[in-house]
Ligand binder design. Structure first.
Ligand code: DHB
Ligand code: FE
Length: 279
């Protein structure tokens, strides 16, 4: 049977990808961040699953505000980086895993999660930047990837609890996939940040720390946070943190936190990352 080995949470700030693509990671601004990635990258080198499910949001790149689905799963066998206005990132294309993706889709639908299904969708920084953070600059990504897109852009958004329950259902779907493959799941976005408006630039280390602590020890507490609390405490785009609940929901109740990193500022955000091994 398939086995879920671990979950990772990471911010997906596009500037991190741009720093790598433009050879700036050694600059004073970026150096501490890439120094902090070293243990994360070491762990990923030693723990390469067959498939990673990457939970992220499209930033009105492949979707428009006229047409947004709440939860979308990518079932194609091949996906390309999106052109977000500066051309496509020069990173490898993504190989999908249609067999596991369709199994998860059927299992989720049977559990009354009404998924949108994408055979093709171009992938923006929400997915490509986490791959770069974990795997640096390889010729080819070392794992297949199932994109799982959550609407955190066009209100009304799914609740933090709905995201957690979706993750739990994904966990059950993985456990019932008959092939002996290993799987990872990633939640991306956050942590606290707001890109526009009067409160642009807001970050909240206390809120972020409590969220990370609860992610490991008390995930229901994060699932119970109302949207208004995320937006008030963590900024309008801090709401991206609900996608980490999908990742956490898929894992066992007991997890082992083996890496945590927090750094301010990265662009307009508080950068956060965590790795949780399934116990
Ligand atoms: C930034 C952060 C994001 O999560 C995002 O999607 C876009 C930009 C930023 O801080 O620059
Ligand atoms: Fe984002």
């Amino acid at each position: 049977m398939a086995k879920l080995i671990a979950g990772m949470g990471t911010s997906h700030v596009p500037g991190v990808g741009a720093a790598m693509d433009n050879g700036k990671t050694g600059e004073a601004y970026w150096q501490p961040l890439f120094e902090g990635f070293k243990p994360l990258r070491e762990w990923h080198k030693n723990n390469v699953p067959d498939v990673n499910i990457v939970v992220f949001n499209d930033h009105a790149t492949s979707y428009s505000l006229d047409n947004y689905s709440t939860f979308t799963i990518g079932v194609g066998d091949h996906f390309r980086p999106a052109d977000e206005g500066w051309g496509r990132r020069q990173v490898p294309d993504v190989e999908g895993h249609p067999e596991l993706a369709w199994h998860i889709t059927e299992s989720l639908m049977a559990e009354e999660f009404d998924m949108a299904v994408a055979a093709s969708v171009d992938l923006d920084h929400g997915l490509t930047v986490p791959l770069s953070i974990a795997y640096d600059q390889p010729e080819k990504w070392p794992t297949a990837v199932i994109p799982l897109i959550v609407n955190v852009i066009q209100h009304p958004l799914p609740t933090a609890m709905r995201c957690y329950k979706l993750g739990q259902a994904i966990g059950r779907a993985i456990a019932s996939f008959p092939e002996d493959i290993s799987v990872g799941i990633w939640g991306t976005g956050g942590l606290s940040h707001q890109l526009g408006g009067e409160r642009a630039g807001v970050v909240n280390p206390e809120f972020d720390k409590a969220f990370l602590d609860n992610l490991t020890q008390n995930p229901i507490a994060n699932a119970e946070i109302p949207h208004t609390d995320f937006i008030r405490e963590a900024g309008a785009e801090g709401i991206e943190m609900i996608m980490w609940n999908v990742m956490r929901g898929a894992l066992n109740d007991d997890v082992k936190e083996i890496y945590r990193f927090y750094h301010i500022p990265v662009s307009a955000t508080a950068y956060g990352a965590i790795i949780l091994e399934n116990s």
